[in-house]
Design a protein around this ligand. Structure first.
Ligand SMILES: Nc1nc2c(ncn2[C@@H]2O[C@H](COP(=O)(O)OP(=O)(O)OP(=O)(O)O)[C@@H](O)[C@H]2O)c(=O)[nH]1
Length: 308
């Protein structure tokens, strides 16, 4: 494929402490629900990409999990994934929520990013709808100072609100300006190149964590075993059978997920089925099972099986 004259393409990712607004911003830029967001920290686990198409450019957004103090093998794998992603993208967007003071966690990340050298880093002051103009000015000045302290020159400092769309377009343009010349990397219309299984697993995991995040934040993994078209269906009324397993670490957690007389598991099925149907564009029969995989976070074989 020949590169259209003047076309740019490349990758960007957002970095920031948990809850900084990275997933919401990715969704706002992409204009659809790709990465799964939640009001609780640390739910984004996979590098999920969204695409921003322009007449003269294509931006691929990579959504990374946060960098954490690694306590388990899973933690280490996640951190490796983050660093690999940072090294691969053309631009990094450092998200610093305007409604929170810049803290040690932010400074740590800024220092890590400063070590990437030459990479353009855009500071993004997120959630501006939550603060007064005075507070925002203070925040922007703190961002400038934090950059200086880490020896990092921000290529831009942009205040945005993903919730009301303020400055989201401007941010897209600034990110695109940093991209090298190149052809579109993905066909238009394709919102994400994550396999459907991964997206479905994320949807089910979100539904399963609803209301029990405090009890089971990291002890839950979902694996989609198969997606098969139901046989003997009329061509215009297809049905997909989706079979998935919810893995927990202990028997007691199994009970929490299943609930009284299976009520919670049923609700998880109802909550996720609608979203899966929207994703696949087909009616779905969802078959969910709960299994115990003891200490899966510490077991390399289990981790591989669960996609980490
Ligand atoms: N008011 C307001 N809330 C926002 C905005 N952006 C994100 N939020 C909220 O902040 C919370 C965290 O947002 P996420 O996008 O999940 O944050 P994240 O950085 O991806 O979080 P992790 O996945 O934990 O790393 C959610 O409750 C969002 O609704 C914004 O622009 N304005």
């Amino acid at each position: 494929m020949s590169t259209p004259e003047g076309f740019r393409s490349g990758f960007a990712c957002f970095v920031g402490r948990p809850n900084a607004g990275k997933s919401t911003l990715t969704n706002a830029l992409v204009g659809g629900k790709i990465a799964i967001t939640s009001s609780r920290p640390q739910t984004t686990r996979h590098a999920i990409r969204g695409l921003v198409h322009r007449d003269d450019a294509q931006l691929v957004l990579v959504d990374t999990p946060g960098l954490h103090k690694p306590r388990t093998l899973l933690g280490q794998r996640l951190n490796d994934l983050v660093r690999t992603t940072w090294a691969e993208v053309d631009t990094v967007g450092m998200c610093l929520p305007a409604n929170e003071k810049i803290g040690p966690g932010d400074r740590y990340l800024i220092k890590e990013i400063a070590a990437l050298r030459k990479k353009p880093v855009i500071a993004v002051a997120t959630k501006t709808d939550l603060v007064s103009p005075d507070r925002l000015i203070q925040h922007l000045s703190d961002i400038g100072a934090a950059g200086v302290e880490a020896g990092l020159t921000w290529s831009e400092v942009v205040p945005v609100s993903a919730v009301n769309g303020d400055q989201v377009e401007l941010l897209a343009s600034l990110l695109i300006d940093t991209l090298p010349p190149g052809p579109p990397l993905y066909p238009e219309g394709q919102l994400t190149d994550e396999p459907e299984e991964t997206l479905i697993a994320e949807i089910i995991r979100e539904a399963a964590l609803e209301d029990v995040r405090e009890e089971l934040p990291h002890s839950l993994a979902v694996v989609v075993d198969e997606i098969v078209p139901r046989e003997d269906r009329p061509e215009d009324r297809p049905l997909l059978d989706v079979r998935a397993n919810v893995y927990v670490e202990r028997d007691s957690q199994k009970g929490i997920i299943i609930g009284k007389k299976g009520a919670r598991l049923k609700q998880i099925g109802i909550d996720s089925r609608g979203q899966i149907e929207r994703l696949l564009g087909t009616p779905v029969h969802l078959d969910l099972h709960v299994k115990v995989a003891k200490d899966w976070q510490r077991d390399p074989k289990q981790l591989r099986k669960l996609g980490f």
